[in-house]
Write a protein that binds this ligand. Sequence first.
Ligand code: FAD
Ligand code: NDP
Length: 605
Amino acid sequence: MAPIEKQDVGLTVQNYIKDNSVVVFSKSFCPFCHEVKSIFQTLGVNFHALELDLIEDGDAIQRHLLQLTGLRTVPNIFIKQKHIGGADKLKELQRAGRLKQIIQGEMAPTEPAKPKTNYDYDLVVIGGGSGGLSASKEAASLGMKVAVFDYVIPTPLGTTWGLGGTCVNVGCIPKKLMHQAALLGQAIKDAKSYGWEVPDNVNHKWEDLVMEVQNYIGSLNWGYRVALRDKNVDYFNAFASFVDPHTVKSLDKKKKEKVVTAEKFIIATGLRPRYPDIPGATEYGITSDDIFSLPYPPGKTLCVGASYVSLECAGFLHGVGFESAVMVRSILLRGFDQQMANLVGGYMEQQGIRFIKQCIPTKIEKIEDGTPPTLRVTGKYVETGEEIIEEFNTVLFAIGRDACTKGIGLEDIDVKINPQNQKVICDKSEQSTQEHIHAIGDILDGKLELTPVAIHAGKLLARRLFAGRKELTDYVNVPTTVFTPLEYGCVGFSEEAAIQKYGEENIEVYHTHFTPLEFTVSHRDDNACYGKLVCVKSEEMRVIGFHVLGPNAGEMTQGFALAVKMGAKKSDFESLIGIHPTNAETFTTLDLTRRLNPQPKKTGC
Ligand code: FAD
Ligand code: NDP
């Protein structure tokens, strides 16, 4: 931009203010300017930002703004040609609920605000996990005064952790890193076939893995604290419970009490692993809350349960060299496509993980101290009642997770919970039976227990509560992946659910087994991978279910989920040209139906 003559600076500023409804005189590196721009973006307001550090006359404009407004600092904001001030003033207007009205021309910036209610906070969030952190940061970015309470009750073994909730500390993050450790073990085995001179005995050191994983988690915990501080969110490491509908009381580690009030609340307290009611379970068993920081190698491990957590843990433990078994009460991966679930299990079995089927544990005894100890597990086959006794070093219970709604005073303030699962009952806007109390994440009744779901819901909820936005979280067609030795990714309907909804005759399944190119040279698992599309005939073969078993299934599923969400038909998959040589291209060339080809195997390009 050509330099503006001195006398023109005033005119330039005047024109900007006249020609744009919302103007931010800004600097591209200034965090307060970023904050202000993000408030406007979140409110869906068009604004014009003039970055004074990026134009030649920035200094001259800034001097002129000082004369005009008495303010030299940025951001310097004008709305509808009226001077507003800086970031603090904008946030004040937003907190008072006046910003939108000023932008819409319904109120002058100088008009006195309606008296605000006298609460300590605009929003208190109970639970600093995926959902709670997302909602609190978003609300604070919108200028709200926010507090987060997060407290971890130690496991029976004494394990505890920092800010960030399940995903970061004892869920997705350590799990995926340990899954990667297992995949690397396989890669070392494959490497020989690719010319690497790998020694015959490559050992894995559990303690080193735990240390690296825990160091990384520590950095994330710190990052979350800093992010809250930067956004001016008050963080209390204390257990919170309701005293009345607008008041919570909290107790920290030292039993110090704090009472705060708020206009609105979000409950995001998540779930904790359940223990079976059998002798020795809590004394000698562990759960996913302990495994990722276990200071000694777990040794021969029994994973009890047959869903995500159990199969994933058994998978990575086996992958890093521990003998592992899974005790299955009924079926694998309840709720998932059962053909896929059985393929997941079949591959694990083929890799050497033992499945003790139709069996439940009845007693755990310690027969020898040690790190790890030796435990005697007694179990019972469900159908025959026959007893099974076997020794393990570690018993990991993954038999489901209980909602953290007990002891937080919900019953006293009339927030209804589902008596079957103790989760909070909410409407589609995540509002509980109390208008000003909402729930998100794992604690929300009838919704998915996944991190991105909690994060998304938290962000949109904060925008609805404080920015007048309307968008609801769409809980349909959420993709997910089970990180077992061969990953299983899916989105949409399982075959069973599709048949139930549309009728068997109306469903066509296109499928194939396949072998990743990378498996061939190392002579691995011919045709172990599998993909299928579940289509509805009466809707021009709309794809309502995508399922894949193979390496990097999560990465693949994320992309294809967009197609399924947008209503893609089988013909859209066919008209898409594949990327060669990949596993994903399989989905562009599927031409065999289950009806005519029950066992399709791929033999070449
Ligand atoms: P959480 O993250 O559990 O946070 C709740 C927080 O509130 C916790 O810190 C809790 O201690 C605290 N709290 C509870 N009560 C109180 C109270 N009264 N006062 C103060 N604080 C309180 N999801 C995926 O999407 N991908 C995965 O790969 C994946 N892997 C997983 C692996 C494992 C082993 C597990 C267990 C879960 C996994 N999940 C995964 C699920 C994911 O972790 C959860 O869906 C997600 O963490 C839910 O977030 P949330 O905010 O609802 O609750
Ligand atoms: P689930 O509730 O999904 O599964 C519990 C499993 O334990 C079932 O197989 C169940 O068998 C079995 N079980 C229940 N009670 C007993 C018992 N007394 N004895 C033996 N077995 C029993 O729990 P998870 O903890 O696996 O997962 C919780 C949630 O966490 C998931 O729904 C998922 O959303 C999330 N998650 C997501 C992951 C990802 O995205 N990759 C990974 C891990 C968790 P039965 O079928 O017979 O009832």
